[in-house]
Design a protein around this ligand. Structure first.
Ligand code: PLP
Length: 230
């Protein structure tokens, strides 16, 4: 049976290979281990194998895991990557290091106001709905600069970049078009805000294409922790 340690190494190998194919350094691409629905024991196994960045989608579940691991694994960097209702923003502001799914002024404002003064600014990414599917959250590329301008005024938030979940499809042409569009958005944002350094795109099934198109952070769940649900 393959272990989480083996699968983590295999994921890192895929990243290294994809980076080499794109003539990029693998150091430019960070691996975020998406541990949603998985028990603390599995996060600990990945941690013991050297993994430090973990992503969670659900506020309550994430908070419980952060509290459970804070004394044994104080150097975990926690990323919130799920949709966020504004009445839950305080939990994210008080417990997470990163928030990938900022998609409106109101959430940005609340996270800023609720971020404790003794914590480092919350790192944030703007979520872009690149497929423009109404079922998905995120803003359109044309709304990006206005939201970035708002975030840039908020002292307890640090704008790091963009995040997106492209269309789930086997059509590589559609995938490539969406990743390319995201890279264009990223370059535009970075031109206006030079401190921006994160393009959060690519998951277990499409990390190779995402890296070919300039991803700097891939969010990998099932390839490390196995399938979810059942
Ligand atoms: C679940 C999830 C992932 C990980 O997906 P896998 O296909 O399991 O790698 C990445 N990003 C987001 C936003 C997710 O919700």
């Amino acid at each position: 049976m393959t272990t989480i340690t083996d699968r983590l190494a295999a994921a890192q190998q895929r990243i290294a290979q994809a980076a080499a194919n794109a003539s990029r350094s693998s150091h430019e691409i960070k691996l975020l281990a998406v541990s949603k629905t998985k028990p603390v024991s599995q996060i600990l196994e990945a941690y013991q194998a050297g993994q430090r960045r973990f992503g969670e989608n659900y506020v309550q579940e994430g908070q419980e895991k952060i509290l459970a691991l804070q004394s044994d694994c104080p150097d975990i960097e926690w990323h919130f990557i799920g949709p966020l209702q504004s009445n839950k923003s305080r939990i994210v502001a008080e417990h997470f290091d990163w928030m990938h799914t900022v998609d409106r002024d109101k959430i940005a404002q609340r996270l800023n106001d609720q971020r404790p003064a003794d914590m480092a600014p919350l790192n944030v990414c703007i979520q872009i709905n690149i497929s423009q599917e109404s079922s998905k959250s995120g803003i359109t590329p044309t709304q990006m600069m206005a939201l970035a301008k708002e975030i840039a005024t908020l002292p307890h938030l640090k704008l790091r970049g963009l995040m997106a979940i492209p269309t789930e499809t086997d059509d590589t042409q559609v995938q490539n078009r969406e990743f390319a569009e995201l890279k264009q958005c990223f370059d535009k944002l970075k031109a206006a805000y030079p401190e921006v350094d994160t393009l959060s795109m690519g998951m277990s099934g499409d990390l190779e294409q995402a890296i070919a198109h300039g991803s700097t952070m891939v969010r990998i769940g099932s390839a490390i922790f196995g399938a979810r649900g059942c």
